[in-house]
Design a protein around this ligand. Structure first.
Ligand code: SF4
Length: 687
């Protein structure tokens, strides 16, 4: 006998996992979430979800959920009241501020939290405390995208919308595996590949999409600049550039052209490990397409030359006129659900809400007037890696962290642990005990996305509503409420009131951020709005129409390939290159997905090893190997796979048992310090 359960209510909200931003209909019976469906009317996902959005929801009332505020006393956490926790934190923060200066305090915000919460978090650090030491997890993923695209186009966000996939002739997918990382967009890309559009994949790993692509460039990890220089060389030498577009809308093309013409293709072919004729064919196919879309992921950004690679991808779009039309552009596949939004809200040490430069006195004045205070902090703040180094040097004394597992997710974990051990105060707002919250002095239990209102901004600049489905679990509070309470204790009262109300915070955001002028809670409707949102509430599906770049003209940049210091310094002793990637079933450090049924589908991390390397090392499938670098070692089971070339290893990173960041290094992107998770010099042996 089957029973039909009738939901008490069904609430439309936005998925918490990846930057695709699928809309979900969440059904509730007796106050419990019982199922999730994908609404067909949702513009983003059109009736589809992946198995994270639809099925990985049981974490919300998992027994491990933090339910009470706790302070560590004599090495053990004790439950306290909210008021006790707030007073303890405020007293310690003020003490540290008075003793060492306000720049001894840092804040780390979260792309998992809503826009309104990120806005409030940066405001607490800048306004209630008075320092620009605020950063977020874009630092470990897409900061080079924002930086690189700002240098080229003036705006660091996707130029087009995912729906343009229906109107493109070619897809150039670089350093991304959206079938696993961004599954609903990945499925649309796969459909386009199967329908026969020109498809070019550049990746060190032979992914499903690489298998289907018309052109696959299996590049050696870390040589992205070299392969893009080769592609540009062939587009120039085959006379396939769009000279009209270049002359009318861009600057500095000739320097770039002269640079790539002079490069030695045989030398770059050897460096990248890709035959020059294969590169040439891909370059011609991309340039000959009437409309070509570029998509890129962390395989571009998490490198020593990450920002430079983004600028070279921007060059490709400009030199072929693939900007400002439907079915073209540069479209970063943003990782976390709200990594775009957190940056928009000012969660970075050099730019405040709306990407305004915090070093500019006029901008400081602008923010001071908007926030109703006399003076904003005057100097740019520290990025997360700088904060950790400063903690080791004794210059940072307190870290206030909202929803980040820094110890587990940042590279070179022993370095992070050393930094944390040096702090006088660690505050963590979290859903669960993590490696980071274990080290905290105070842990504040936060509500999950099912338990609050707000907005997330997806990878195509679309601000979408997060609607409260159930009441907060236990004695938890939304992160936004915790921040408002903390600001009150620090002597700053949020002008929208002491109760977290997303709609009111949105009004303030619309007042402060120039490209959000027409944003309102009501106006977002069920499908959201893509910024810039004009005063009349209309939105923008495409940027830089007809070459109208925000900075006036688009700028070409040119660079030579430089080998990562990781390989230069450690390659001789650690001859294998390890690269990292995600699996469909899990999300990043797995804090949420490991506490759902997805864990029973995939409960282990594994290391992909080429059969020839496996033979030399005498290992077979499922053997446990010890993989080690200059920083440390971890044990991990092996999967023998031809998806990686000889000399290359690939690992996933979802399970704490493996703790892969013990072996990753401190090399980062030159411009943004985003860690190079994709090139780690290692060796391995059978255990
Ligand atoms: Fe959620 Fe991304 Fe899956 Fe959509 S594709 S359901 S946003 S994890």
């Amino acid at each position: 006998e089957t029973k039909t359960l009738i939901a008490d209510k069904t609430v439309r909200t936005t998925c918490t996992y990846c930057g695709v931003g699928c809309q979900l209909d969440v059904s509730v019976i007796n106050g419990k979430i019982r199922g999730i469906q994908a609404p067909e009317t949702a513009e983003v996902n059109e009736g589809h979800t992946c198995l994270k959005g639809r099925f990985a929801f049981q974490f919300y009332d998992h027994p491990d959920r933090l339910r009470e505020p706790m302070i560590k006393k004599n090495g053990k956490f004790e439950i306290v009241t909210w008021n006790e926790a707030y007073d303890f934190i405020a007293t310690k923060l003020i003490e540290i501020k008075n003793k060492y200066g306000v720049d001894a305090i840092g804040g780390i915000s979260s792309s998992r939290a809503t826009n309104e919460e990120n806005y409030l978090m940066q405001k607490m650090i800048r306004v209630a405390l008075g320092t620009n030491n605020i950063d977020g997890c874009a630092r470990v993923c897409h900061a080079p995208t924002a930086f690189g695209m700002q240098q080229a186009f003036g705006t660091g966000a996707a130029t087009n919308s995912v729906e343009d996939l229906k109107d493109t002739d070619a897809i150039f997918l670089f350093g991304a595996n959206p079938v696993k990382g961004h599954p609903v967009t990945g499925a649309k890309i796969k459909q386009a590949f199967m329908k026969g559009v020109t498809s070019i994949v550049v990746d060190p790993v032979k992914t499903k999409l690489a298998d289907l692509a018309t052109h696959f460039l299996q590049v050696r990890p870390g040589t992205n600049v070299a392969i893009l220089n080769m592609i540009a060389h062939y587009i120039v030498t085959e006379n396939l550039v769009n000279q009209d577009f270049i002359d009318t809308y861009t600057d500095k093309y000739n320097d770039f052209k002269n640079h790539v013409i002079g490069l030695d293709m045989d030398e770059l072919s050897e460096l990248t490990g890709v035959d020059k004729d294969v590169v040439k064919a891909a370059a011609i196919a991309y340039a000959k397409a009437d409309r070509a879309m570029e998509f890129h992921g962390l395989g571009v950004t998490e490198h020593f030359q990450g920002s430079k690679t983004v600028m070279l991808l921007s060059n490709l779009a400009m030199m072929t006129g693939n900007v400002g039309r439907k079915g073209v552009g540069l479209n970063p596949l943003r990782g976390q659900n709200n990594v775009q939004g957190a940056a928009d809200m000012g969660v970075q040490p050099h730019q405040g809400a709306g990407y305004l430069d915090v070093n500019d006195p006029k901008i400081q004045q602008y923010y001071a007037e908007k926030y109703g205070i006399a003076k904003m902090p005057e100097k740019e703040g520290l990025k997360i890696p700088d904060m950790l180094d400063a903690a080791i040097e004794g210059k940072i004394k307190a870290l206030y962290i909202m929803g980040e597992d820094t110890i587990m997710t940042d590279p070179n974990s022993y370095h992070s642990i050393k930094a944390f051990e040096n702090l006088e105060l660690i505050v963590v707002q979290e859903l669960f005990m993590t490696a980071t919250s274990e080290m905290a002095d105070v842990v504040l239990p936060a509500s999950s996305y099912f338990e609050k209102n707000g907005t997330f901004t997806n990878g195509e600049r679309r601000v979408q509503r997060v609607n409260k489905v159930i009441e907060p679990i236990g004695n938890t509070k939304p992160d936004g409420q915790i921040i408002i309470d903390m600001m009150h204790k620090l002597g700053y009262d949020q002008p929208t009131g002491l109760t977290y109300d997303a709609a009111k915070i949105i009004e303030e955001i619309a007042d402060v951020i120039p490209f959000m002028k027409g944003l309102t809670w009501e106006g977002l409707g069920t499908n959201g709005l893509q910024w810039p949102i004009k005063e009349d509430g209309t939105d923008t599906k495409m940027l830089h129409i007809d070459g109208a770049f925000k900075k006036g003209k688009g700028t070409f940049h040119h660079f030579d390939f430089v080998e990562s210091p990781e390989i230069v310094e450690h390659g001789a002793n650690y001859p294998f290159i390890l690269t990292t990637g995600r699996e469909l079933e899990h999300y990043n450090s797995g804090t949420m997905t490991r506490r759902t049924d997805n864990q029973s589908i995939l409960s282990k991390d594994y290391l992909e090893v080429n059969p020839r390397d496996a033979k030399i090392k005498g290992i077979t499938d499922e053997d446990i190997v010890r993989i080690f670098s200059d920083r440390g070692s971890v044990n991990i089971p092996v999967k023998i796979s031809k998806n990686v070339k000889k000399g290359i290893l690939r690992t996933t990173f979802h399970q704490p048992e493996v703790f892969i960041n013990i072996i990753t290094g401190s090399v980062g992107d030159k411009e943004t310090m985003t860690p190079e998770y994709k090139v780690v010099a290692v060796d391995f042996e059978k255990v």
